[in-house]
Design a protein around this ligand. Structure first.
Ligand code: PGA
Length: 224
């Protein structure tokens, strides 16, 4: 079993109240699941980081926290930005360059470089998203999430990528980088096991199926 890191990317969903509800239900559901060898990383919106961190700490849940983005700047006069030092108060990881940010906010390579830099300066672990094996990547990035846009449930076909294709892309990526490789795109409780057989796979980035405690816990259970 190679699968170690399973990331819940909540995107722009949930309020503090519904985040709490999720965590309360999740606490009950995971009592019946073996989480041996599995790490759960929750990436909520910035506005929910403090609430999630507090609930996770109080309930002693086996969940780490990440942010979905980071400012390309440090602290200063950058209205609306959330910088690495601020994220670091609550989170250990940060997702950088998600397809949705590339598509809707035109994030450029230069910007991604700056964000990676800010993550590293603040000892946040960057998870760089890429759309294919030729996408921008930095050699010494610790985690790469391969997410073909066509496979993301909310755009494209919403059909998960064939396992063989993921394996091929991972083989190419392994030559370019020693990063731990994650797959994302329409991962659910019925297809997750088929990816877990891949030697080179380290984990998953999960969107839609991470939003309900039940679907996320089912998915975790089947990640073997
Ligand atoms: P999905 O999203 O699981 O809903 O396809 C994955 C992602 O965009 O990170």
């Amino acid at each position: 079993m190679n699968t170690k890191l399973i990331i819940a990317n909540w995107k722009s969903h949930k309020t503090a109240a519904s985040a709490r509800e999720f965590l309360e239900e999740f606490e009950m559901l995971i009592q019946n699941i073996s989480l041996e060898g599995k790490e759960i990383l929750l990436c909520p919106s910035f506005s929910l980081l403090a609430t999630c961190a507090e609930v996770i700490k109080n309930k002693n849940l086996p969940i780490k926290i990440g942010a979905q983005d980071i400012s390309a700047f440090g602290k200063g006069a950058y209205t609306g930005e959330v910088n690495g030092e601020q994220i670091k108060e609550f989170a250990e990881y940060v997702i950088i360059g998600h397809s949705e940010r590339k598509r809707y906010l035109n994030e450029s390579e230069e910007l991604l470089r700056q964000k990676i830099d800010q993550a590293k300066k603040n000892n946040l672990i960057p998870i760089l998203c890429i759309q294919d094996e030729n996408d921008f990547l930095e050699a010494d990035i610790p985690y790469i999430a391969y997410e073909p846009p066509t496979a993301i449930s909310t755009f494209g076909t919403g059909k998960a990528e064939e396992v063989e294709n993921v394996e091929e892309v991972f083989a190419t990526l392994s030559q370019k980088s020693s990063a731990k490789l994650l797959y994302g795109g329409s991962v659910d409780s019925s297809n997750i096991a088929s990816y877990c057989v891949l030697e080179s796979l380290y984990g998953f980035l999960v969107g839609g199926k991470s939003l309900e405690a039940r679907s996320f816990s089912e998915l975790l259970k089947n990640a073997v």
